[in-house]
Ligand binder design. Sequence first.
Ligand code: 13P
Length: 249
Amino acid sequence: MTNNMFFIANWKMFGDIKSVNSIKKVINFSKNKKYKKAQIIYCPPYTLISKLLRLVKNSKIKIGAQNCHYSQTPGPFTGSINTDLIKSCGAKYVIIGHSENRALGDTNNIINLKIKSALKKKLKVIFCIGETLKEKRKKKTNLILSSQIKYGLKNIKKNNNIIFAYEPVWSIGTGIIPKINNLEKQVSDIKKMINKVWKLKKPRIIYGGSVNSNNITELKKISSIKGFLVGGASQNSKNFIDIIKKTIN
Ligand code: 13P
């Protein structure tokens, strides 16, 4: 991975076969040399991955999955998709540890297995960490984040194939973003936490949580943030393009 700014669209459980065509606008936009630093990645529902891969074929846009099963080998896991299947269909990235999946039972240990499986298959990982509102109120943010990092990366050798996505759970889908000073300090703390485990000189840290084309002008001021993981606003091509344009101008 290079010094790109990442713009990662997490469609969550949204989008259908028709909506996929709306990304043609983003494909055209991505060919504009002015925005060559923008590394655009779409993570649609599994069912749309192949269709999106065909559409982005002659562009620099990459495709990722939103989650994976932890098992490295095929098995009796009805309804699940592992990294082997993701890799074989042509996707290059996978989101792991999203709070919406932690809420459904993904522990740090399961997330660790998923990350190992993804790296083994040479998929790049978008590793999500974040504290809930309750944890924040109890001033446990750094405790939670450091254990998510420590156990998520347990027994994994230092590498450059992980993008760390800081997504405070209280910011996801709420329209609320952290105060810029607080966020800057939090990213610097996260850097130290990663450094404790891996001694990475320049970990790639991106931010997610209610990113939109209005608040992006504030968020982009934080130079230690190397991109954005965008939920709701990524479902509309114009909004997503606006976020990229306003970040890189
Ligand atoms: P929103 O941008 O809709 O708040 O979602 C953020 C998110 O969870 C991205 O992974």
